[in-house]
Design a protein around this ligand. Structure first.
Ligand code: PLP
Length: 353
């Protein structure tokens, strides 16, 4: 690896640094004690989040995990069932908070590309003595950044309404879904009672997520945020970056989606066992290695000396996530590194070669 070249970090879009405009706004943000009299910059961000998602109210939280946790606590009671796609972030990476803090019983549902099988969900709700919450996720991390079809979301929301079960949307990457679908985020969030979205992923803010919903639900979540130690003080410093994220970073997400497609196309050309480009809808590329001679650790360790970081998600799956720091040069270097590890004689990039 050339020591002058920066590391190409494709492990997650959470590695993005704040922009110059964010740092500048952070320095001059009007501040207050958010847990006492309120912080004007946090309030401005919450207003903006509520407007963008078409919800009455919003709450600034330190992380997406806390936003999802507060949604569970505010919507459901201990001992109730929560229904989500079996590969949902909530039931995998956040299972601890589902079970031990919210006290909900996880009901993993079979799904296809992140969309729960509707018949199975209907049956499970009917069979449940205490249905508490239905949780959807878009874009879907475990399903390689898949975007839930709006018609599916609409039917799930209708099912929730007819069964009296609230519907929460884990929209950590809601704006990626909005760009991919070509609709405003409110059109997606309309199919859920509450939505959480993250500012700290592709939108590049350093910290923070927003939980949005009806005013009464958000008031309850606000009280619960204190309970879990999530009340912040001069949080306007980070909320300022969140405002800049919403103002300036949404449209450019389409560049991340294009970079992910380009990577997928090149890797498939390199080795058809590596990727399915038609499955890349947003900025996440999950590579199924079942047909590859190398396992995930071998690929990750192999490209590392070339300055490329990718995430091994299990023994036979790699995850690559594109973001603001993955420019054309980074894409080309990644392709060259994969070519070297895969034993290809020369660097390849069908998009440019
Ligand atoms: C779909 C999804 N939901 C929730 C989260 C949790 O967000 P945070 O890392 O801010 O807690 C993530 C993080 O990667 C995610 O991908």
């Amino acid at each position: 690896m050339n020591a002058d070249q920066p590391i190409v970090d494709l492990r997650s879009d959470t590695v993005t640094f704040p922009t110059e405009a964010m740092l500048e706004r952070m320095q001059r943000a009007p501040l207050g004690d958010d847990s006492r009299d309120g912080d004007p910059t946090v309030r401005a961000l919450e207003d903006r989040g509520g407007t963008l998602t078409g919800k009455e109210s919003a709450l600034f939280v330190p992380s997406g995990t806390m936003g999802n946790l507060l949604a569970m606590l505010a919507h459901a009671e201990r001992g109730m069932d929560v229904f989500a796609d079996s590969s949902a972030h909530l039931l995998n990476s956040e299972l601890g908070s589902v079970v031990t803090i919210a006290g909900l019983v996880p009901n993993p549902m079979p799904g296809h590309r992140g969309a729960m099988k509707e018949a199975a969900l209907t049956e499970a709700i009917q069979a449940s003595a205490r249905p508490g919450l239905i949780a959807m996720e878009t874009t879907h991390n475990g399903a390689g950044g898949a975007v839930l079809p709006l018609s599916h979301m609409e039917r799930i929301h209708a099912l929730g309404q007819t069964s009296g079960v609230p519907v929460h949307l884990d929209g950590a990457r809601l704006f990626n879904a909005s760009i991919a679908l070509g609709v405003p985020p409110a059109h997606i969030a309309a199919h859920a009672d509450s939505v959480m979205f993250c500012l700290s992923k592709g939108l590049s803010a350093p910290v923070g997520s927003l939980l949005c919903g009806r005013a009464e639900f958000i008031a309850r979540a606000r009280g619960l945020r204190k309970l879990v130690g999530g009340n912040l003080r001069q949080a306007g410093i980070v909320a300022a970056a969140g405002l800049v994220a919403l103002e300036t970073m949404v449209e450019r997400l389409r560049e991340d989606h294009a970079a992910a497609r380009r990577l997928a196309a090149a890797l498939t050309w390199l080795d058809p066992a590596l990727a399915e480009p038609h499955h890349v809808e947003t900025n996440i590329l999950r590579i199924d290695l079942s047909a590859s001679p190398h396992d995930a650790a071998a690929w990750a360790d192999g490209v590392k000396p070339h300055g490329i970081l990718v995430q091994a998600s299990g023994p036979r799956q790699l995850r690559l996530v594109t973001h603001r720091h993955i420019d054309d040069a980074a894409v080309r270097r990644t392709i060259r590194a994969f070519a070297a590890v895969g034993g290809r004689p020369r660097p390849v990039d069908p998009a440019t070669d």
